[in-house]
Unconditional design. Structure first.
Ligand code: AMP
Length: 236
């Protein structure tokens, strides 16, 4: 469990050097979490989802929980020093012999620089999706309170209304999935996160891209396409 004061953990990343280390990258609502949870089984990798970690921290009645909430609920980024330390604490927990998929990290150039100092990323999975799909998807998204599985009331419905197929947990709408906050999150992505791609291009990090053009694209279609591209690069 993360504690407000535990910000001085030294990260030993040797254990995470054995399998593929990837970043799944894209705007909010591009499917990062949905695809990462399906890819993790196929790639034998852990998923490190920063947004999920912060939502857990927000449940704590602690100074850190309140600080994080103030940013997340406005669609703003949590400060880099906090995010980077949280990532370090999570990275040391990756089981030896497994790779990982980073979902929602890095989101700023500073975070990308910090990541470079910790591990060498093998590949970037880039998701591109038009803004109208983002708005449509996020405003109808529902998430399981217990396990974080993602649904959509229009085209990715659970078998029983309001309950998670995987664990039976209650489905809810995230407080930052409102029209106004979604627009702000897209702006934050364009301004602070997208420039990281240029950096990865310059460093010649391998990348595969999935372009979503249809609102109802089933997750399996996207995941199969990503796996095909990773295989072509000998990465899966
Ligand atoms: P997500 O679940 O990935 O959409 O993230 C939800 C929210 O958590 C974001 O809008 C940010 O407020 C915060 N967050 C997640 N990842 C990061 C990050 N790498 N840097 C800063 N804030 C983050």
């Amino acid at each position: 469990m993360l504690k407000a004061t535990a910000f001085n953990v030294t990260c030993s990343v040797e254990e995470t050097e054995k399998k593929m280390k990837t970043v799944i990258f894209g705007p909010p609502g591009s499917g990062k979490g949905t695809y990462a949870s399906r890819l993790q089984v196929k790639l034998g990798a852990d998923v490190i989802a920063m947004g999920d970690i912060f939502r857990e921290i927000m449940k704590e009645d602690s100074p850190l929980g309140r600080q994080v909430k103030g940013f997340v609920e406005k669609g703003l980024l949590v400060p880099d020093d906090v995010v980077i330390e949280v990532l370090k604490q999570r990275l040391v927990k990756v089981s030896s012999g497994r790779g990982f998929i980073l979902d929602g990290f890095p989101r700023t150039i500073e975070q990308a620089e910090a990541l470079d100092k910790l591990v060498k990323i093998d590949a970037v999975i880039l998701l591109t999706v038009p803004d109208w799909i983002i708005v449509e998807r996020l405003s109808t998204r529902r998430v399981c309170r217990k396990c974080g599985e993602v649904y959509n009331v229009r085209y990715l419905k659970p078998k029983a209304e309001g309950a998670c197929d995987k664990c039976g947990g209650e489905l809810y709408q995230r407080s930052d999935d409102t029209a106004e906050v979604i627009r702000d999150r897209i702006k934050v992505y364009e301004r602070q996160t997208k420039p990281i791609l240029q950096r990865y291009n310059e460093k010649r990090i391998l990348s595969v891209e999935f372009k979503c053009e249809k609102l109802e694209t089933p997750p399996e279609v996207a995941v199969e396409s990503i796996l095909r591209e990773l295989k072509k690069l000998n990465l899966a």
